[in-house]
Design a protein around this ligand. Structure first.
Ligand SMILES: NC(=O)c1ccc[n+]([C@@H]2O[C@H](COP(=O)([O-])OP(=O)(O)OC[C@H]3O[C@@H](n4cnc5c(N)ncnc54)[C@H](O)[C@@H]3O)[C@@H](O)[C@H]2O)c1
Ligand SMILES: [Zn+2]
Ligand SMILES: [Zn+2]
Length: 396
């Protein structure tokens, strides 16, 4: 089969790799019809290179048609249409039972002290072959895949694999009180969907912040108040502008949908660049022992949120000793919640919003549909945010 394969920093190639096969009785093989490209893939494209191995198949946002099932599978049949969550979970351990599927105790990657295994996501998360491919082996298919009806286009359901539950969890963890306000930092696919969900769920004031004009424009067109980071010389000016929109106090909650590659952290950018030129074994140690994240967005969140407010971190961070302003966090009495989305936990809440009308606008959410063969260019385009790329979907 053909697949998008990682070969090095900014080096993704589409190649022939062996077809996956059933290896366990609870496996299924999916013929992938759509597969998203995610901001999380961009971290692998460059900064997380020390944790990648040339030959790794990328991708974790698939849907498709069941092609084969193992002998233990009774919930799926060949020909079923399914969306596959990006985290691999068993459905019956303690963590799965309490709705923390991204911490599944059956699939945790003990070797690296990591949570549940993920498709296409570094050795830290199990080095499971990913979903930007024609075929995907799905472990624990007795639990993960979400059956969806035939008829509507793939884009109706595809974002259940990651974007929708991630954004949903972000809004849930933000815990905005009735009549309250929310700032969303970063209006990529995740932040923008978080804004849509927040407005849909009746959060009164939603303010989005980014620096890419098309992204700001798209959120504005859906009723989000937007601020362009580039209009503020200093962080304090941004904080002032947000306070003046939120009763002088700051928002009840801030979602960080930016993560480790935030714009505006020059020193940490140098650390990222350094890991790029070091041998992998050293860079891996550096990333595990040092603060390497570009913390600009998280620091903004801490400054922006009102005293006693909540920060909900969706953006991915990778360093181990990142300096955190503990004095401010303590003094402002801030609560922080974070983590990979527990995809299965939110599916029943979200699915009804996808079947009849389309209140979240998922059908027109993707800006680009491309054949898998275009993956090398698509990664570059998405990283550079060129050609208005906000969400890219591959159709293998
Ligand atoms: N928690 C999870 O389960 C989960 C799931 C999916 C993605 N993610 C993470 O969410 C983050 C966003 O993903 P995405 O697909 O939307 O990616 P993206 O890279 O397209 O979006 C990030 C956005 O942040 C903006 N930005 C950069 N610096 C900023 C700053 N200082 N202030 C405000 N905005 C800034 C960028 O212009 C961009 O639009 C990534 O870190 C990704 O890894 C987490
Ligand atoms: Zn993703
Ligand atoms: Zn489990």
């Amino acid at each position: 089969m053909r697949a998008a394969v990682w070969h090095g920093r900014r080096d993704v190639r589409v190649e022939s790799v062996p077809d996956p096969t059933i290896q366990h009785p609870d496996d299924a093989i999916i013929r992938v019809t759509s597969s998203g490209l995610c901001g999380s893939d961009l971290h692998l494209y460059e900064v997380m290179a020390p944790f990648m191995t040339p030959g790794d198949v990328l991708g974790h946002e698939p849907m498709g048609i069941v092609e084969a099932v193992g002998t233990a599978i009774t919930n799926l049949q060949v020909g079923d249409r399914v969306v596959v969550p990006f985290n691999i979970a068993c459905g019956h351990c303690y963590m799965c039972e309490v709705g923390l599927q991204s911490q599944c105790e059956t699939t945790q990657v003990h070797e690296h002290d990591s949570g549940a295994a993920l498709f296409g996501y570094t050795k830290l998360y199990g080095q499971v072959p990913g979903a930007q491919a024609e075929l995907l082996r799905v472990p624990h298919a007795d639990y993960g895949p979400i059956k969806v009806p035939a008829g509507p286009s793939d884009d109706r359901f595809l974002f259940l694999s990651d974007v929708l539950p991630t954004a949903w969890q972000g809004v849930e963890y933000a815990a905005v009180p009735e009549g309250g306000s929310l700032v969303v930092l970063g209006l990529g696919p995740i932040g923008e969907m978080a804004c849509r969900i927040a407005l849909h769920r009746g959060i009164e004031q939603v303010i989005g912040i980014d620096l890419v004009p098309e992204r700001l424009g798209r959120s504005r067109s859906r009723g989000v108040e937007v601020l362009n980071l580039e209009d503020f010389d200093k962080q304090s000016d941004l904080v002032g502008a947000v306070r003046s929109l939120t009763n002088g106090r700051g928002p009840d909650a801030v979602i960080d949908a930016v993560g480790m590659e935030a714009h505006g952290s020059p020193a940490a950018k140098a650390a990222h660049s350094m890991t790029a030129i070091m041998p992998n074994s050293l860079a891996e140690k550096l990333m595990k022992k040092a603060g390497v994240d570009r913390l600009a967005a998280l620091q903004s969140a801490i400054e922006l949120v009102r005293r006693g407010g909540t920060i909900s971190v969706l953006g991915l961070y990778g360093g181990m000793t990142d300096p955190m302003p503990l004095m401010t966090l303590f003094d402002k009495q801030i609560q922080i919640r974070m983590g990979q989305a527990n995809v299965r936990r939110w599916v029943d809440d979200i699915l009804p919003l996808l079947v009849d009308d389309d209140p979240l606008g998922v059908e027109s959410f993707a800006t680009h549909h491309l054949p898998l063969a275009n993956a090398p260019d698509a990664y570059e385009m998405f990283q550079k945010k060129s050609d208005g790329a906000i969400k890219v979907v591959f159709n293998p």
